[in-house]
Each structure stands twice: as C-alpha cells, then as structure tokens.
Design a protein around this ligand. Structure first.
Ligand code: ZN
Length: 196
C-alpha cells in the first residue's frame, strides 16, 4: 500500500501516468509497504496466463528477491523510474523516501532494485541518466544506494509514518534499531533474485 498523500496523474503521452505527492513528504518516510493484498505469482503461473492479460500486467509487476512477480493492488504500481529517484526499495519489505519530496513533485523509484530481467531502455532524461537498466545494476550500485537508504531508514522514528500498522513488527523493530546499530543494516544486495 502506498502513502495516502499521493495521487496518480498523467506525466506525458510517452510515459503515461505517474504518482505525485499531494503534500510534503520528508526523507525517512515509508512510502510503500508490501502488504497481504498485493498479488504475488510464481513465474510458472504468470506465464500460464493468457497472453493479453500477461502483456497488460507485466508493465506494472516486479520480481521480488524470491523470483515471484508482484503486482501492487493500489497506485504504487504507477511509480515511474528515475536514475535520481526520491524513493528506493529496501530489504525490509518497504520502500523509503531517500530525499524530501515537495507537494506536487513526482514520486519516483529506482527500477534497478526490482530485478528487471531484460535490459530496459530508459526515458527519464534525468541528470546523469543511465540510459538503460541492466540486470547487474544492484551489484554495480549497491554501495551508493545502501548509503542513501541507511541514512533514510535512520530517520524513520522522526517522521510521521501513516503506513506503520502495515509493517511486519520484527522488521519495524529492526529498522528502528538502525539508529544505534547501523552495522545490522540489510543491504539491497539481498533484494537480488539470483535465478538458478
Ligand atoms: Zn535516468
């Protein structure tokens, strides 16, 4: 489920829809929690779907660390990629705001953390745009992303958290302990689905 201070609106004819903040959302806010209503399919079940359904769905799905295809039930699935994203997926079952998001600003995600299985051309035109997603993005950028995410997770206790009731309690405890025990941080390397 996505943070309530967000909405969907068109970005451009090329990109389609995107998610936008309806109020200021500070760094350290949990912006999306994977919850029990999200759809998660094994790959065999996904590929057994009729082609028309599969084609419509796959744009909005990502692979989790176990190789399941996940489809968020709400508008979280409309978040676009940016190479300079203001949110990032973590290995705590949540996406976190890594830079303050102004009211009206687009809420963007780093697709390099979502186990894209084929090189994927990017149209974000952001500063220092990577131009394409690659399968080994997590390996290449883990250190940089971990640094941003850990800093944001250490601010969780200081920010309003409207999604807190959706968190797995043990994982929330782990997040709160990062303020004092950053050495226990779970790297985004743990998000990589290592397909056999
Ligand atoms: Zn880019």
């Amino acid at each position: 489920m996505i943070h309530p201070a967000t909405t969907v609106r068109p970005v451009s004819p090329e990109i389609g829809n995107g998610v936008f903040a309806t109020e200021f959302i500070p760094c350290g806010t949990i912006i999306v929690v994977r919850d029990c209503c999200d759809l998660a399919l094994e790959r065999d079940d996904f590929f057994a779907l009729p082609a028309a359904l599969r084609c419509s769905l796959e744009t909005f799905m990502y692979h989790d660390k176990h190789g399941q295809l996940v489809l968020g039930w709400d508008h979280a699935k409309y978040m676009n990629h940016s190479c300079h994203s203001n949110t990032m997926m973590t290995d705590y079952g949540v996406e976190i705001v890594v830079r303050d998001i102004a009211a009206g600003e687009e809420v963007t995600s780093e697709y390099g953390l979502l186990n894209v299985q084929e090189p994927y051309e990017l149209y974000c035109n952001c500063v220092n745009c990577r131009g394409a997603l690659r399968l080994d993005d997590i390996d290449r950028f883990a250190a940089q992303w971990d640094s941003q995410i850990l800093t944001a997770l250490q601010r969780v206790a200081a920010c309003p958290q409207p999604l807190v009731d959706l968190l797995v309690p043990e994982l929330y405890r782990e997040i709160l302990q990062l303020q004092h025990s950053p050495q226990h941080y779970r790297s985004v390397r743990g998000l990589k689905w290592r397909a056999s």
